[in-house]
Ligand binder design. Structure first.
Ligand code: ADP
Ligand code: 5GP
Length: 188
């Protein structure tokens, strides 16, 4: 069986990466999420083992020591990390794995981990703010923190293989699915 590919996707919080990745998984049944480990608490609509594996800081630190993470980072005072074993096992099953990780995690992998790196940005910071307010999952202060971090993350966009601007959702999705199809046909 052909080994699956890995797509590393970064985008500032509120850009629409969850929405876009969900569309990709709905259309392509050979695409799976990397299902990270995190120390943050679940949001009301999130399910353990589907959205994240929710663990304590002590458990997270133990996994760091044991080398279980392909990459990990501290984002907004919480730890997030990708299981090396999980990603590899999915690739071996022929699945394409989408890792939705922050720019710190992506920078750890670039140059040493074989993947397709995609950055998604909002059309403007004003629109990003509007989406964060509409989503209602963070309070005012958390939104401000996310906006200032978004500016820093956006400066790293040129380092990725692809850059998609999520202005019109359909246009952005067409770009994402086209990248997947093209990468499946690339000679390696
Ligand atoms: P992220 O996963 O990047 O934090 P989400 O996928 O949760 O972002 O999207 C943030 C909010 O913006 C959601 O309410 C989503 O429905 C909305 N959204 C996503 N893409 C667009 C778009 N192109 N235009 C307008 N709103 C969008
Ligand atoms: P959220 O708490 O909104 O789900 O995610 C916050 C940020 O953490 C997002 O930028 C998301 O991409 C990032 N993130 C989620 N999982 C991982 C991971 O395993 N590693 C890294 N480095 N970042 C992650």
């Amino acid at each position: 069986m052909k080994r699956g590919l890995v797509f590393v996707i970064s985008a500032p919080a509120g850009t629409g990466k969850t929405t876009l990745v969900k569309m990709l998984k709905d259309e392509f049944h050979n695409v799976v999420d990397s299902i990270s480990f995190t120390t943050r608490s679940p949001r009301p609509n999130e399910v353990e083992g589907r959205d994240y594996n929710f663990i304590t800081k002590d458990e997270f630190k133990k996994k760091i020591k044991e080398g279980e993470f392909l990459e990990y980072a501290e984002v907004f005072d919480q730890y997030y990390g990708t299981s090396r074993k999980y990603v590899e096992s999915q690739q071996e099953k022929g699945k394409h794995v989408v890792m939705v990780i922050d720019t710190q995690g992506a920078m750890q992998l670039m140059g040493k981990f074989d993947a397709i790196y995609i950055f998604i940005s909002p059309p403007t910071l004003e629109e990003l703010m509007a989406r964060l307010y509409r989503r209602k999952s963070e309070d005012e202060e958390a939104i401000r923190t996310r906006l200032s971090w978004a500016e820093k993350e956006m400066a790293l966009a040129p380092k990725y293989n692809y850059h998609i601007v999520n202005d019109n959702l359909k246009v952005a999705y067409d770009a994402l699915r086209s990248i997947l199809i093209a990468e499946e046909h690339r000679n390696r």
